[in-house]
Design a protein around this ligand. Structure first.
Ligand code: GLA
Length: 363
């Protein structure tokens, strides 16, 4: 099998580090371009029903887009790996083994401060060490990062590896692993924004979504789970059968009000451990379908409510409100403060391992 193409220069960070853009392809022509800045998926080309490739993720043509003041201000985390803790931690603090850890309060929905997606400089903004390797004969891009004890207020030196590969059936497979030398919360996820019509091609309201989840975690006005696992049955959060994203997004509903649309964690109906179907999205005009498989217990469905048209993407098109959606596989938000939720604490001597696959097809 041919070896991976050489990486191309993608830009230089404000601290002077040169970052690269790596390419993965499979034999069907599917292609992913990923930079080691934030372990970010920059482009993802997948076929429509006529076999035409389009780029289905939001992003920028070079590093400048990801480091610009406009991007940093609204920080939508386009395509990045988020960590050490994806999603929110209430009051930007947690207590572990009798000690309270204070984090930066970098997010204030409803004027309530919390920590979001790892803090002021999370894993989305660091330079990862990238290596192109073979795994079972397939090209694999391995990204490594060592998060020092105390970074962003978290305890323990955390060694993280995120591996990207393309499967023969058009899946983007992301495998996460981590070890630590002190107990610490860990919740890693991929923050891709998808638009199956192609990025820059209007909104995602006509995409049909199915979620394998009978319950979700309702939030308070600070977008922190109340602790309840609420049945979705019959309401606007019920995606057990397919509904378009737009069908009920404007419904009079307290939860939709808090999120300014969908921005919630669903509790996956898991019958067994291992990789399980969590979500299916179909886009009727292109015929593209995306299925999300994960080993995680939850999925944050975010409808791109905070995009506002100020960011201009790869094709030179502005990204208006709801022009991309995220399906962030994860543990539930605020787990470090909610002992009844599945634990996110990684202990020394244990290995954190999760896998998520975004698989594409067309009909
Ligand atoms: C997550 C959050 C949203 C928003 C986006 C980034 O998905 O749940 O509220 O902050 O990240 O803009």
């Amino acid at each position: 099998m041919a070896s991976s193409p050489a990486p191309r220069p993608f830009g230089t960070t404000k601290d002077g580090a040169a970052v690269q853009l790596y390419t993965l392809t499979n034999r069907n022509g599917m292609k992913a371009e990923i930079t080691n800045y934030g372990a970010t998926v920059v482009r993802l080309l997948v076929p429509d029903r006529a076999g035409k490739l389009d780029d289905v993720v939001l992003g920028f043509p070079s590093l400048d887009g990801y480091t610009s003041d406009a991007f940093r201000k609204s920080n939508p985390y386009f395509g990045a790996i988020v960590g050490r803790f994806g999603n929110r931690i209430a009051h930007a603090a947690f207590t572990l083994q009798g000690k309270t850890y204070q984090l930066a309060a970098n997010n204030t929905p409803g004027d309530l401060p919390c920590s979001l997606h790892g803090g002021l400089k999370g894993f989305d903004q660091v330079v990862w060490e990238a290596k192109q390797v073979k795994r079972n004969g397939a090209d694999c891009l391995q990204m490594r990062y060592v998060s020092k004890s105390g970074e962003e207020g978290y305890p323990g030196n955390l060694r993280v590896t995120v591996s990207f590969s393309l499967t023969p059936d058009n899946g983007l497979k992301i495998h996460y692993s981590a070890t630590t030398d002190q107990a610490t919360p860990v919740n890693l996820t991929h923050h891709g924004y998808f638009n199956l019509k192609g990025e820059g091609n209007g909104d995602i309201l006509g995409h049909q979504l199915t979620l394998q989840a009978s319950r979700f975690t309702p939030v308070d006005k600070g977008l922190i789970p109340t602790g309840e696992l609420r049945p979705v049955k019959g309401g606007p959060f019920d995606f057990l059968a397919a509904h378009t994203i737009g069908e009920r997004i404007l419904a009079q509903d307290e939860q939709l009000g808090f999120g300014q649309g969908y921005d919630h964690n669903w509790v996956l109906d898991r019958k067994k451990r291992g990789l399980t179907l969590a979500a299916t999205v179909e886009e009727p005009t292109s015929g593209r379908r995306m299925e999300v498989f994960t080993t995680e217990p939850g999925i944050q469905f975010y409808a791109g409510n905070f995009l506002d048209g100020t960011l201009v993407g790869k094709a030179g098109q502005a990204y208006p409100r709801r022009s991309g959606f995220c399906l962030e596989t994860q543990h539930y938000p605020d787990s470090p403060n909610q002992p009844q939720f599945p634990s996110t604490i990684l202990w020394p001597g244990r290995v954190y391992r999760t896998t998520t696959v975004y698989r594409f097809s067309a009909k």
